[in-house]
Design a protein around this ligand. Structure first.
Ligand code: HEM
Length: 516
């Protein structure tokens, strides 16, 4: 039956109805905004554009300087809008501690990311998972295997790979950045899958393509569906981003499955080395996870653990070349322990006598944090703090680089100063900086990450000197991490003496030739 209202023909009725609906939506929006603004109160907001907010103000990468500039302007906390999400940046250790550490039970989830987490990761990538039972179960298993008491499982891999690293520096000092990439990739592949990797192996190239794809997709504003999650309600056939996401997901599954199949064959043949995956696959809790989650748990570790080590070790070289004071001190201590005539390489067993190296590793995490503006955690319940009122769903991040460079937090923050960590908390890997994140979401692999860097640094410093290239100074704030074919910055590496070269030759050649 045709609808008819006196005085209106069909098309004017449709127009009137449409305008009424639009007016209703606008009024409803205004009312709910008013109620929302009355109920909640945020720290100072960075002015942005209508609808997109501050999405396009955030630089695509190296966001630390931007974060520090905003913190100087807006104070201890500020708010911005990225996509549909409200982000609160925490700019001091005090507030990070108060909220993300002490109230971690409600500050530990992740945003809903329909593309990156749901489609590209099948909801199984631990880094992106919401704070739920599955995440807790996974973290528990990971912790059991990656905790400090299990470090003897990983030490032989770290020992071998770091010998290979100094051998590469000796023979190809200009290709130091390739050596760091190889070390970082191979040590994490060994830790996770018990196998060494060469950089030009097509399998490793594929593995790292999968991580690069996810890292690119995670950047704020990179995916329209993540920026506007409401779009996930469109029929699947209209979700134009979905086929690309599904292809990425299938590729991850294929690449991870290949590694697991290979390892299972070695386990069967009795030739597998003890490593994370061997322990993980036999843990009774793993069977409950299902195949996709099992594969993603292993793949996620490999992704999370590689570039982090590469960047940290490379940054240390920049710190060594631009300030030789701490290097001289470290080398004098290394000489006391290992001999001033290159008698032997530093070992993990030297740790109690090489506390300055432990402090230098901590300082490297502080000096140039890997996640410059942190990684956002989602609040799961409404919360109040110092006059502010935050709704559940707000994202909180620790403004890592800004905190690291703040003179109120660290004396002479620009300087690479291991001495600042020579205190009673020296052996607490995560205390005194935020580079592994705060609260329950803290990096699962920090013990492995720290010891990767420790053994590499002790051996590099014992064997080599570092200088800037004359006329080509290092900008330690702007290394080029994206392009793997070139050095992220120029640096000159020289072996300390012919005796050190002979030591590296003795120890490193066998390591470089070892295959498994
Ligand atoms: C060496 C330097 C490393 C640094 C600086 C680093 C840093 C980080 C950061 C900042 C996060 C996010 C934390 C948060 O959201 O609060 C993270 C998460 C994670 N990292 Fe690391 N990481 C390193 C090495 C490793 C290694 C070697 C592994 C594995 C063996 C690993 C495994 C993970 C995992 C699984 C997560 C996700 C945790 C979750 O969301 O629950 N990381 N890491």
């Amino acid at each position: 039956m045709a609808l008819h209202i006196a005085g209106l023909d069909g098309s004017s009725f449709a127009t009137t109805l449409f305008l009424a609906v639009v007016a209703f939506v606008i009024v409803q929006r205004a009312v709910s905004n008013h109620l929302y603004n009355k109920k909640y109160k945020f720290p100072p907001k960075i002015p942005g554009l209508p609808i997109v907010g501050n999405t396009f103000q955030l630089p695509g990468n190296q966001q630390g300087q931007w974060g520090a500039q905003m913190a100087r302007k807006y104070g201890e906390m500020f708010t911005c809008k990225i996509g549909v999400n409200t982000w609160v940046f925490l700019n001091s250790s005090r507030v990070v501690n108060d909220l993300m550490e002490k109230r971690s039970a409600i500050y530990s989830s992740r945003a809903n990311l329909p593309m990156t987490s749901n489609i590209m990761s099948g909801g199984c990538r631990v880094l992106l998972m919401q704070y739920n039972e599955r995440w807790r179960a996974l973290r528990k298993i990971m912790h059991t295997i990656l905790n400090k008491t299990n470090s003897p499982t990983f030490a032989p891999f770290q020992d071998l790979e770091s010998k290979h690293l100094i051998y590469d520096y000796l023979h190809n000092p200009d290709k130091w950045y390739r050596a760091n990439q190889r070390f970082a990739n191979s040590v994490i592949m060994s830790v996770v899958f018990g196998k060494r990797m060469e950089l030009n192996d097509p399998k490793i190239i594929e593995l790292f393509e999968t991580s690069n794809e996810i890292i690119a997709a995670m950047q704020p504003g990179a995916s329209v569906a993540d920026a506007l999650p409401i779009l996930e309600n469109l029929p699947k056939s209209l979700q134009w981003w979905r086929p690309r996401g599904e292809r990425a997901f299938q590729k991850c599954l294929r690449v991870y499955r290949r590694e697991v199949d290979e390892l299972n064959a070695k386990i069967k043949a009795g030739t597998a080395r003890d490593c994370f995956a061997v322990q993980f696959l036999k843990a009774p809790e793993t069977a409950k996870l299902g195949e996709t989650q099992t594969l993603f748990a292993l793949g996620s570790l490999m992704e999370a653990g590689s570039d982090t080590s590469r960047m940290t070790i490379s940054q240390i070289l920049a710190a060594a070349a631009t300030d030789s004071r701490w290097v001289k001190k470290a080398q004098a201590l290394l000489d006391e322990v290992c001999g001033s005539n290159a008698e032997r390489l530093p070992e993990f067993s030297d740790r109690p006598n090489l506390t300055y190296i432990t402090a230098a590793v901590k300082e490297s995490f502080r000096w140039r944090p890997f996640a410059e503006i942190g990684v956002p955690h989602m609040l799961t319940e409404d919360d109040e703090y110092e006059g502010y009122k935050f709704p559940a769903g707000t994202l909180f991040t620790w403004n890592s680089f800004s905190i690291a460079m703040n003179p109120d937090e660290y004396e002479e923050p620009q300087r690479f100063l291991p001495e600042r960590f020579m205190n009673k908390d020296l052996n607490n890997v995560v205390k005194g900086h935020w580079s592994f994140g705060p609260g329950r979401r803290i990096c699962s692999g920090y013990n492995v990450g720290e010891s990767n860097v420790w053994i590499a640094l002790a051996r590099i410093l014992y064997c080599f000197d570092f200088e800037e290239v004359p006329g080509d100074p290092i900008d330690t704030f702007k290394p080029n991490w994206i392009e793997h074919r070139w050095a992220p910055f120029p640096v000159r590496i020289k072996v300390r003496s012919p005796k050190h070269a002979a030591l590296i030759e003795r120890e490193g050649k066998a390591a470089a030739e070892t295959k498994y």
